[in-house]
Design a protein around this ligand. Structure first.
Ligand code: AMP
Ligand code: MG
Length: 350
């Protein structure tokens, strides 16, 4: 064989080698959509077979967390804690203990504005059920005496949780999704995933940047989309971040709203037992941790723009925006220039 022949074979060999090498490490897009934690959940991962496999693992993990933290699954840790209120401490899984402990830290930080013992009030209003109702103030007053996070006793050694009064109950609805999203991100990262989008209702986590090297563009839900016809009012560009939103638009009593114009929604002020009315329609938190962002999105909504953003300004590496009922967008220090308003009805507050 002449020199030319040899180099042709070598070239062909190299070419095939390169091609198969590429195919083996080829990165595809894999998706999973399912319903859990009372919301539609959407995962998109980019990577190889390991990434695809991680989707199944993540789904199983979300179901596991729901089975431990749901108030409606009778065998869950949370249901057992509630059934044993005033009776005895209940041993729970480490997941549940961790989330309850975190929730109590936020209760302390906010002097009880965030309070997972809100469950008797949540049940009374039934906003998330098929039969919501506006209760009488007497009914509310009665239940409010059962709302007090200081009556949750944790035993760190035994991993038990005890509610000291009969009739008390906890609800992790404001924080469990955040925990689940962090766990999903951890599973993806451990599987070597470099780019992923985790969307769990108002809880988004992005892993890395987009496969093309640009930032993820996360649309922030327009809290009045039914009036404006727009899905989003703003866009945030982020990498490796949790972006969590809360608002009065998610769940509210529709017929009461049509009759009275008042939105009785699902985020309660533990001081009054009524849906929080702090002048806000929506809040969004950006942070590296989704559990913190979840708790804080609910907290800023309850505290209002002034107090809420002041609190977030004291925290490291957390940003927030708050949308008032007159469509002004308030932000934490230095965050305004990161927000691209896409619907002209909304204005950055100066
Ligand atoms: P989020 O959508 O994360 O803002 O959480 C709202 C959910 O948190 C509600 O559906 C209730 O289950 C629960 N919740 C309502 N009010 C409070 C509160 N003041 N503190 C803690 N959890 C609350
Ligand atoms: Mg929340």
């Amino acid at each position: 064989m002449n020199k030319k022949g040899i180099s042709a074979i070598l070239l062909a060999f190299l070419f095939t080698f390169f091609l198969t090498g590429c195919l083996q490490s080829s990165s595809g897009e894999y998706k999973k959509e399912f319903f859990a934690l009372n919301t539609i959940i959407d995962f998109t991962v980019y990577g190889d077979k390991r990434a695809e496999k991680a989707l199944e693992k993540a789904l199983a993990r979300v179901n596991e967390i729901e089975n431990r933290m749901s108030t409606t699954i009778p065998e869950s840790d949370v249901s057992r804690i509630n059934q044993n209120a005033g009776k005895q401490p209940v041993k729970v899984h480490d997941d549940t203990f961790f989330v309850i402990k975190k929730a109590l830290e936020y209760a302390k930080l906010t002097d009880g504005a965030f309070d997972i013992t809100i469950y008797p009030i949540v049940q009374l209003w039934g906003i998330t059920t098929d039969h919501p109702k506006v209760p009488t103030w007497q009914e509310i007053a009665q239940r409010l005496s059962l709302v007090d996070y200081r009556q949750v006793r944790l035993n760190e050694q035994e991993k038990t949780v005890y509610l000291t009064k009969e009739g008390m109950g906890i609800d992790l609805g404001a924080i469990a999704k955040g925990y689940a999203a962090d766990e999903v991100a951890r599973i993806f990262r451990e599987a070597g995933v470099k780019h992923a989008l985790i969307n769990m209702g108002g809880n988004v986590v992005v892993v890395g940047d987009k496969p093309n090297g640009t930032s993820w563009r996360i649309g922030i839900r327009d809290p009045r989309s039914e009036e404006t016809g727009e899905q989003h009012f703003a866009v945030l560009e982020v990498q490796d971040r949790a972006v969590v939103s809360s608002g009065d638009y998610e769940r509210y009593i529709k017929d009461a709203y049509e009759k009275t114009g008042i939105r009785y929604h699902h985020i309660f002020d533990p001081k009054t037992g009524y849906p929080a009315r702090s002048g806000l329609m929506a809040t969004t938190i950006v942070s590296s941790s989704s559990i913190d962002a979840d708790a804080l999105s609910t907290i800023v909504f309850i505290l209002g723009a002034d107090k809420g953003l002041k609190l977030v300004n004291t925290l490291k590496d957390v940003q927030a925006l708050a949308v008032s009922t007159d469509k002004q967008v308030y932000t934490t220090d230095g965050f305004a220039n990161r927000i691209k308003i896409s619907n002209g009805e909304y204005k950055l507050a100066s």
